[in-house]
Design a protein around this ligand. Structure first.
Ligand code: GDP
Length: 326
């Protein structure tokens, strides 16, 4: 199980080995898959955990600028930081490339940081799997913090929240009307709302926006995984590097509270169970679409149903029975 050549270098924190291991988990080749699963299983036994922080925001809100500044703040404290991007729609969103190294120049040159852009577009399930496996690899490689960046496009946030300990929403200063633009579901998964660009002319608007969101957050149902005062809204300026230390302190406070209250472990256990179910479902679906014999049987039965020769229920039953022994 531990005889994979990447196992040792990964545990030693070798970034090249990490990059290669992520490439391995992204591969759809069956032999790569077997190797990836064994590698992940061997690494899991080490039990290393990072603080996993999900970060979401629409293009232009300042995600790259924030990650660059925030990541540097952490590495200056001696922490090792990994940045992963999750972009299910495409690798390009509104002109910005998630996790693009040229947009995080300082951090990409930082020996304590590791940045990995989103893989090219795949179906949502594939992106989800690759991302959570990449997170696990970063943890095994001894990173203290894993930042998982995504764009504000509905489904991807929910997916990222499923692999994080904390979820941070980055917003721009805006008038009260635009508050409605943030979907309720996203507000509900946010632990921290950071109103970015709280500098220069935008500073007073940002202060108002923070107050608006703080008000909106108070109206949400109290969640068991939150201590008093959370979820919270704060102003930051990624560009001026203001408010970042405060944001980090809040994240740490929340994380330690959750650890002590048992919510951290509970959340990780629930996530593991969720991913297990997901993996089984996807595996079953993959068998239906990838295996030629299974596909042919499906097509035959579908035709029989269409002709009226078979009842849909009975045909489905037969199909499921045939998968049993497969
Ligand atoms: P992303 O698309 O979310 O990654 O956003 P970027 O980080 O690329 O930032 C988009 C634009 O907003 C860039 O022109 C940044 O310089 C600018 N920006 C980012 N953060 C701040 C900030 O804190 N204050 C101000 N004034 N501009 C910012």
């Amino acid at each position: 199980m531990n005889d994979d050549p990447l196992h040792g270098p990964l545990l030693a924190g070798d970034r090249r080995a990490l990059a290669r291991a992520i490439t391995l988990v992204e591969s759809t080749r069956p032999d790569h898959r077997v190797r990836a699963v064994a590698l992940l299983d061997g690494l899991r036994a080490e039990g290393r955990q990072a603080l996993r922080i999900g970060l979401s925001g629409t293009p232009g809100v300042g995600k790259s600028t924030f990650i660059e500044a925030f990541g540097t703040l952490l590495t200056e404290q001696g922490k090792r930081v990994a940045v992963l991007a999750v972009d299910p729609s495409s690798t390009r969103t509104g002109g910005s490339i998630l996790g693009d190294k040229t947009r995080m120049e300082r951090l990409s040159r930082d020996p304590r940081a590791f940045i990995r852009p989103s893989p090219s577009a795949a179906h949502l399930g594939g992106v989800a799997r690759r991302s959570r496996e990449a997170v696990a690899l970063c943890e095994a490689a001894g990173f203290d913090v894993v930042l998982i960046e995504t764009v504000g496009v509905g489904q991807s946030e929910t997916m990222v929240a499923q692999m994080c300990d904390l979820f941070v929403l980055l917003l721009a200063p805006a008038g009260g009307d635009e508050l409605q633009g943030v979907k309720r579901g996203i507000m509900e998964i946010a632990d921290l709302i950071l109103v970015n660009k709280a500098d220069g002319e935008l500073k007073s608007t940002a202060t108002r926006t923070v107050a608006d969101y703080a008000g909106a957050l108070r109206l949400l149902r109290k969640r068991p995984q939150d201590p008093d005062g959370f979820p919270k809204a704060l102003p930051v300026s990624a560009l001026a590097e203001e408010g970042l230390a405060r944001a980090w302190a809040e994240m740490q406070d929340l994380a330690s509270w959750r650890r002590e209250a048992g919510h951290w472990a509970e959340n990780r256990a629930a996530q593991a169970a969720h991913w297990f179910t997901q993996e089984v479902r996807e595996g079953l679906l993959a068998r239906l679409t990838q295996d030629a014999e299974t596909r042919a049987r499906m097509a035959d039965l579908a035709r029989a149903v269409a002709r009226g020769d078979r009842a849909p229920q009975a045909a489905a039953q037969e199909m499921l029975e045939s998968l049993r022994g497969a």
